[in-house]
Write a new protein. Sequence first.
Length: 300
Amino acid sequence: MADVVLAAVPTPFAADGSVDLACARRLYEFLADRADGLLVAGTTGEFPALDEDERLVLIDTAIDVLGPDRIIAHIGAPDAYRAVRLAREASVLGASRIAAITPYYLAASPAEVTEYYLRIREAAPEPGLYAYIFPERTGLTVAPQQFCELADAVGLAGAKFSGVAARNVAECAAARPGLRIFSGDDTDLAATLRAGGAGIISARASAFPEVFSGLSAAIAAAADGADHDGDHDGDHDGEVAARQADVSAIASLGQSIGLVKEALRVRGFGPMAARMAVAEPDAATAARVAELVKSLAPDD
């Protein structure tokens, strides 16, 4: 699997709060040529506000548009009962990779976390299973040693580390080099790759996929040039720096679902309403978002 930049896609809601499935399909089609793959129905997708049927129809639509191998279907829940049902159904739909956020709300012991993932694994043995570690959203910290023990016990294919957990990418990748470990920190893709990470799963890449994929391509070209002649090419390094500057400009806005949805509205994916407590940017920030879309995505 060569994916390096996956877009953590938001769920488009209509003004009345219903899932705008036509807009979701259009968004997936837009990203199909601009990102390596998608994480569907994750945090950016406001999964706690989706019912099971809605999550499954979004997963099914994404598989239909991009194919099963370019999708990671998020099936996590606070309880194994629902996660198991979603995992089983996503597997029936053809998902080749599923991800589950750690159990949340009630504090879970390491043994309970392992049991949660084992039940998912047993219910859906075919798809690759990814743990999703996000302490700020779940209240659950999974230290590197615990993660490695979990990966061994469950047979994980990989993980997504978000928030403060992203600091553990290098340690976990070194300890378990066979796993594909993605970072939710999209601010420095090159650093993630140097740390042994597989790549990034980025909410902002849903709105600015060309920028993140362009950075990925520039990093790959620089590495290929170094492999061939043993030295870095100044032109390639300059391209990496220029692409990184674009990413940094996007990151300077901050990170929120509201900002991602605002950028997508500017790009023609309206109304992009939200179900959860997602504030829209103020007028000055919205103007800055529009400026960045105009400068970094000039084809729109």
